[in-house]
Each structure stands twice: as C-alpha cells, then as structure tokens.
Design a protein. Structure first.
Length: 394
C-alpha cells in the first residue's frame, strides 16, 4: 500500500487508482485507501457479495457510501486487517442476515446512508459496556451514518460477522406502538456524577410493564408486543435482578398482591399504668467558665464517600416506578415526570436510595419510538401528561 489518505477521505471522485471503482453497489467506493490494487480487489469481492445478497433479498441494491477512517495508531497488522477484514466483514451475507426481516430491513434502509469503518487498539471502559465480546466490534449510529469500530482482538480474523452488533447498534429489535414489555437504547440520560452534577449518557431502558430499569449496557429479552403478559408469566420476575441478591425492593404499586393475609392474634397487652416522674428539677449553678477562644478549624471538610454502582455486569443502575408518574413525548424526546425512582448503589445501606418527584428526559431514535414508549409506559401504569416543577435526576 503506497499511500493512506488522512482522516475521512474525500468524495468518490477524489479516490485514486483502482479503489475508485470498488463497492459501486454501495455508493461508488470504499474511500480511505488509494493506489492499492490489493485493497481494490478485496473491496470488489466485498461489493460483489453485498450486491448479490442484497439484490436476492430486497430485489435491488441499497446505495451506501463506505469510508475507512484512518487512525494515528495504525501499524502494519492493522492496515492489513482494514484492507481485507473490514470490507469482508461488512460485505458478508451472515452480517446482513437481518435484511430477511422486513422490520429490520426498514430500519437499515431508513437510517443508514453511510458506513464508516474505524479501528481502536482497546475499547474504553464506556465502550466496553456496549460491545459484543464475541466479535470485538462495535456498531453505533449518528443521524444517517453507521460507525463500525473494530478492536485489536479482531485482527486475527479475515471476517467478523457483525449481524448482532448492527441489530443492537441500530435498535433494530425495538418494537413500535403499545407493548407489554419494551427495551432499547436512549440518548441524553442524566446519570449522577461524583461529587455533584451529572453526565448525559446513552442508556438501555427495559420496561417490565409496571416499571422501567436502566442499564449501562444492552440486555436481551423483555420485548413483547401484546395486550397481556406472555402465557405463564411469573410477576415475581419483575424484580429478579442479577447482581443485586441482597436488595429488598419496595413492592411495586399495581402488581397483584399474592401474599397470604396476616392471621396472627391482635395485641391484647395491658396499658402502662406506672406513676409519672416527680423528680426535683436540676438546681445546679450555670457554667461561668470563659469561652473557648482558640482558632477555628480551617481544614477542608471531608468529601462524602463516592457512591458505587453495582459491580455485576448485568445489574441495572436504577428503577423508575410508573405508578404515580406522568409521561409524554415532544418530537423524539421522551419525558417522564413526577416519578419515584430507585438509584442502585453497591455501597449504600439497603443497596439503593429512593428519590421522589423526579423528571427524566431522554432522546429516542425518532418520533415514532418516543410515541411507542409513551403508549407502553401508560399501559404499564403511568398517566399521560407532564408534571411541572419536578427535579431532573442528579
């Protein structure tokens, strides 16, 4: 490879040599490399695979621009993978299996016009929460651009099947309309920051009908579009939370009370008839000693102990109670207000702290998803509308 174009390469017309004609079924070329016949051949093979499979499933080719984003830490091994492994991974039919599902295909065609292939040596702690440890790649989306980031552990493979990553990265499993259970990513969720303030982060919401849990990473299951629970559903599963074995959560309002009535005997003990206290008042002299004139302690106060989220990988960060809360949407913004929430902390007595009258504003993928969340949460016990004057989560 004689030259690598810096950053995101220019338009297709700016790509030199044979690469300019590669991946024509996906928008003209993979740009980011130039004057490299081996890369061109790899891209052509990926193009042919993509075009053939897409046409067999959809009847026509979807036009997508694909670019390679060069990083500063590319060594020769990385370059070899990005020349062959990255195009192969995107063009492989196993990666594109989701196209056989009409709903998932619609998300792909609606939400993706460009794919950017990138590389990083190791995921950051936040990225690690969102990647599949089987593929060691991460897919995310901003507007109409899909980013596929490969990590160093991918480099020994010629092809990485990215189907699960693309499905989760693009929220392809998100249901529409009113759902009994619903899960998916939201943006701009406000998480408390030590010692004060908050961070706006991406979180996975999981509605278990009567309540919503939020997680730092994606979770399987809890998607069910129906007017009733799945047959044989056990309502006790609503609060079965991995990694939180010692937490005794308060009962969720709205859940049926399946406990037995209290059959114990009433309290028939005798009332207290002891004599009142008639001791004499204290007649000692007041303390006339001189006041303490020593210098005040000017040392900085100790910071409170930093709160720690549950360390178990599959533990939620908190729970939003739907009973008593109000919910509405404005565009693609979902607003839950007047809510009682539980913040889960590993190093707090009882394992959680309860906060009342809280307001949560998050950004969904689009207006349709925000409206679906509103319908689902009202179905689970929230009321339509908005409470003014409640506090954001801090």
């Amino acid at each position: 490879m004689s030259k690598i174009m810096d950053g995101l390469a220019g338009a297709v017309s700016g790509a030199a040599g044979a690469v300019g004609g590669a991946m024509s079924a996906i928008g003209g070329s993979i740009t980011g490399f130039a004057d490299d016949s081996e890369t061109a051949q790899n891209c052509k093979e990926a193009e042919a695979s993509y075009a053939e499979y897409y046409k067999s499933v959809c009847g026509a080719s979807k036009t997508i621009e694909v670019k390679v984003d060069k990083g500063s830490d590319w060594d020769s091994r990385t370059q070899e993978f990005m020349k062959k492994g990255a195009p192969n991974s995107f063009g492989d039919k196993w990666t594109l299996q989701f196209l056989r599902d009409e709903d998932k295909k619609a998300v792909w065609e609606k939400g993706c016009d460009k794919v950017v292939l990138t590389y990083a040596k190791e995921p950051s702690s936040e990225e690690l929460e969102h990647i599949d440890e089987n593929s060691w790649a991460r897919v995310s989306r901003e507007d109409d651009t899909v980013y596929i980031k490969f990590y160093e552990r991918c480099l020994g493979y010629s092809t990485i099947y990215l189907r699960d990553e693309i499905e989760f990265g693009l929220n392809m499993d998100q249901l529409t309309g009113k759902c009994y259970y619903k899960s998916g990513w939201v943006d701009k969720f406000s998480e408390p920051k030590f010692p004060f303030g908050s961070d706006s982060v991406k979180r996975w919401l999981q509605c278990r009908h009567y309540c919503v849990y939020w997680y730092p990473r994606r979770m399987w299951g809890w998607n069910w579009k129906a007017n009733e629970a799945p047959e044989g559903e056990d309502s006790s599963l609503f609060d079965k939370l991995p990694g939180l074995p010692d937490i005794k959560l308060p009962k969720l309002p709205g859940l049926p009370d399946l406990s037995m009535p209290d059959l114990s005997m009433p309290d028939v003990s005798m009332p207290d008839v002891s004599m009142p206290d008639v001791s004499m008042p204290d007649l000692s002299m007041p303390d006339l000693s001189a006041p303490d004139l020593s210098a005040p302690d000017l040392s900085a106060p100790d910071l409170p102990e930093q709160k720690k989220r549950p360390s178990h990988r599959w533990s939620p960060h908190g729970r939003i109670q739907l009973n008593g809360a109000k919910v509405c949407s404005k565009g693609k913004t979902l607003i839950i207000s007047g809510a009682t929430i539980l913040q889960f902390w590993e190093n707090r007595s009882g394992g959680y702290e309860e906060e009342k009258n809280k307001r949560i504003e998050v950004e969904c993928d689009d207006k349709e998803q925000a409206e679906s969340w509103v319908e689902t949460l009202i179905f689970g016990g929230a009321e339509p509308g908005e409470v003014s004057g409640c506090c954001n989560i801090q």
